[in-house]
Design a protein around this ligand. Structure first.
Ligand SMILES: NC(=O)c1ccc[n+]([C@@H]2O[C@H](COP(=O)([O-])OP(=O)(O)OC[C@H]3O[C@@H](n4cnc5c(N)ncnc54)[C@H](O)[C@@H]3O)[C@@H](O)[C@H]2O)c1
Length: 440
């Protein structure tokens, strides 16, 4: 059976390398529509959990995972040799930046090498393999970083493996938005750009089996750049509204009311919310990938640099606000107890990667404040070399705080109760006004 037939009949065996926020939901979605899915994951703990049907990603309900595991549609392994038996392999590994804020493609390289080492030894019409990179990378990386490694995989042919003949390679960025109840993996359109036309066709066919709309584009570079455009657009607009918040604060204008008013324009305006900064594995990271690559072309991405500067200063602004509020109460920060509510970078999820809460806590500790935090999704937090445990949210905790700071507006907090039990609150998300809790 050709790969095309295997995909159409859902007989293609699919592998997902990296079972994190992106990989696990995709593995479950594929298994649910009938594909046989193998998750390849370095972390033994995650592998064991998946094989026991225990979800560690909030968007994946335990029952949903258990169901596909019980039916034998999904299994996980740490062993990359499983790749040999797979027809379609999706790479969903992290793409962070290093300490110099340069792209760290080591995970993508490692995953690609694992594939190259475990390619089927003799490519033929009946054992074609399609490789899809879903991790966010800079434009050109699929062709420049992934393709050369895959082209050197084992083959009997002297000239090595040829893309479009011996294997197929596609870049298809993942757009998943953890915690989003309206848009999830299967109803969010997917962009697909292959190295050759046949690569794009196969990639499109594959995603058409479980995603409502698939958009083929002419090259991986277009797909790579489209993902960065989406996230840079978001990062720059958040920076803009953050800057306007700083100005409004000085001018004594309520930015939230301004946004609500501007939002009533039915065209040409899209609302973004200010906050304590940006976090996660995408919004603060992806722009760095483009500005790094742009330098190769002697090009300076000024919007990106400016947005990064504004957004990364927001935790400093939050701390200066706390200091001011305490000053008004004639309290010094070093003798104050600050309770932070919410450590995740956004509401209703457990992801703390690059969360502004980390910086806010670190800065407050530098001021010698006594800092505690509560987050229903984050039991433990690493600040520098130390670990903080999420404090139990009780009236005693709130009443004992000199200032309660809402950094993440989790839906399951009882804001009325929080207001009732706190002396002083800094609400960086405007959730108290939004929920119409009266006392403030
Ligand atoms: N998290 C999001 O909301 C989101 C959204 C869209 C795109 N992305 C992009 O998707 C990619 C993955 O992000 P994520 O949030 O799922 O990361 P993650 O850290 O949650 O998951 C990645 C997983 O890959 C595993 N891994 C790393 N190298 C491996 C290897 N060689 N073999 C097997 N497993 C390996 C890690 O152990 C980890 O469990 C990134 O490029 C990210 O930018 C993320």
């Amino acid at each position: 059976m050709s790969l095309k037939e295997k995909i159409l009949k859902k007989k293609a065996r699919v592998g997902i390398i990296g079972l994190g926020y992106v990989g696990l939901p995709e593995a479950v979605a594929l298994a649910k529509v009938g594909f046989q899915v193998t998750g390849i994951e370095l972390n033994k703990n995650k592998v064991e959990k998946v094989n026991r049907g225990h979800s560690y990603i909030a968007d994946i309900r335990e029952g949903e995972l258990r169901d596909v595991v019980r039916k034998g549609k999904l299994r996980a392994t740490t062993n990359p040799s499983a790749i040999r038996n797979l027809d379609v392999i999706c790479i969903c590994v992290p793409t962070p930046f290093n300490i110099y804020k340069e792209p760290d493609l080591s995970y993508v390289r490692d995953a690609t090498q694992q594939i190259a080492k475990n390619f089927r030894p003799q490519p033929s019409r009946f054992c074609e393999q399609l490789i899809i990179l879903e991790s966010t990378i800079y434009p050109g990386a699929t062709r420049e970083v992934v393709l050369p490694v895959l082209s050197t995989g084992p083959t009997r042919k002297k000239e090595g493996r040829k893309v479009g003949r011996d294997f197929y390679l596609v870049f298809s960025p993942e757009r998943i938005d953890p915690g989003n109840k309206k848009y999830y993996i299967t109803n969010t359109p997917k962009v697909v750009g292959g190295i050759t036309r046949k690569c794009t066709e196969l990639g499109t066919l594959f995603y058409n089996q479980f995603i409502s709309k698939v958009i083929p584009v002419s090259s991986p570079e277009v797909a790579e750049m489209s993902k960065l455009l989406e996230n840079i657009f978001r990062n720059v607009n958040i920076a803009l509204v953050n800057e306007l918040m700083l100005l409004c604060d000085r001018m004594k204008i309520n930015i939230w009311e301004v946004i609500e008013a501007a939002k009533t324009k039915p065209f040409g305006f899209m609302s973004f919310k200010p906050g304590p900064g940006v976090g996660g594995h995408c919004i603060p990271v992806d722009p760095v990938y483009l500005s790094w690559k742009a330098k190769e072309y002697d090009f300076h991405t000024r919007f990106i640099e400016l947005a990064a500067e504004i957004n990364s200063n927001m935790p400093y602004y939050v701390v200066s606000k706390i200091l001011k509020l305490l000053q008004h109460k004639a309290k010094s920060v070093s003798k104050s107890k600050i309770v932070i509510l919410g450590a995740a970078f956004k509401k209703d999820i457990s992801d703390v990667r690059n969360s502004p809460a980390l910086k806010v806590i670190e800065l407050l500790k530098e001021e010698d404040a006594k800092v505690l935090y509560n987050d229903p999704y984050v039991p433990m937090l690493k600040i520098g070399k130390n670990f903080l445990k999420s404090a139990k949210l009780t009236p005693v905790l709130l009443r004992s705080a000199d200032c309660v700071v809402i950094l993440t507006d989790h839906s399951n907090y009882d804001y009325e109760w929080i207001v009732k039990n706190s002396h002083l609150i800094l609400d960086t998300r405007n959730i108290i006004k939004k929920r119409k809790v009266l006392r403030l």
